[in-house]
Structure formats: C-alpha cells, structure tokens
Design a protein around this ligand. Structure first.
Ligand SMILES: [Zn+2]
Length: 140
C-alpha cells in the first residue's frame, strides 16, 4: 500500500510534478508518468541523432556536387548559405602541412575560418599522400 514519505522534503514526479508516494528514491508518481518520461527522452535523443545524420547527408551531397563540377575550394559563407555545416563531420585530423582536414564519409576537405579547400574523394593511396598533393603526385 502506498504511503506518503515522512520527510518534509518529498519527491516530485519528474514527469508531472505531483508528489511521489512510496520509496524515497521513487521518481515518478505512476508507471504512466515513468513511461511518458522515458519515451520523450528517447525520442529527443533520436531527434538529435537524426538531425546530425541528415546534416551529414546534406554535406555529402553538397561536397559531391562541388567535386563533380570541378570545384576544389569555396568560401565558407557561400557553403553555409547552401546549407553546408562545416562542423558536422565523420572524421578529423591535422595534415602534415598543419591544415585541419575534415571528412564526410568518403569525402574530405581542409577547413579554415574563411574557406574549405582541397575538396576531394578519399582514395586508397590516401594515407601515404597525407592530403598534401594537389598536383596529383602519387606516392609509390
Ligand atoms: Zn506523475
């Protein structure tokens, strides 16, 4: 049987704010509130993930369009206007030439405050090249 917690400071239900009766560590007034609370939290977490994944897809689409039109560098503000989000990436590293190189799945670009450049595909010989050669010198 439920009883009111004898402490003056009783808990409030995390979902509806009503007083919670029962064990001192009880956080919800009912199973309904408990379920509603966890479902909402779960769906919020899912939304964050979905937003990030969608941003990655949009970035990949945008970078692919640039690559297909032969664009190797672009002003960061122009990219942002087109919906590109430079801070949403799948990988990051500093290149030998001290540039910040970002990855979006199989694509890469170097990033400064004002532009993205060396936009291209990550290829097999990539790790040997270290993002340095725009002239296409292959490291054999
Ligand atoms: Zn409640």
């Amino acid at each position: 049987m439920a009883y009111k917690i004898s402490n003056k400071e009783h808990n409030s239900c995390l979902e509806c704010g009503r007083e919670v009766y029962g064990r001192p560590d009880k956080k919800f007034c009912s199973d309904n509130c408990k379920n509603r609370f966890h479902n909402r939290r779960h769906s919020e977490e899912k939304k964050v993930i979905e937003r990030t994944v969608n941003a990655l897809y949009r970035n990949h689409e945008y970078l692919s369009r640039l690559i297909n039109s032969g664009v190797k560098a672009i002003d960061i503000d122009i990219a942002k206007i087109s919906g590109f989000q430079p801070d949403v990436i799948t990988g990051y590293r500093k290149t030998r030439s001290r540039h910040s190189e970002c990855r979006c799945f199989d694509l890469k670009y170097c990033l400064t405050e004002h532009k993205i450049f060396r936009i291209g595909k990550i290829d097999g010989s990539y790790s040997a090249e270290e993002c340095g050669s725009e002239a296409g010198t292959s490291a054999l």
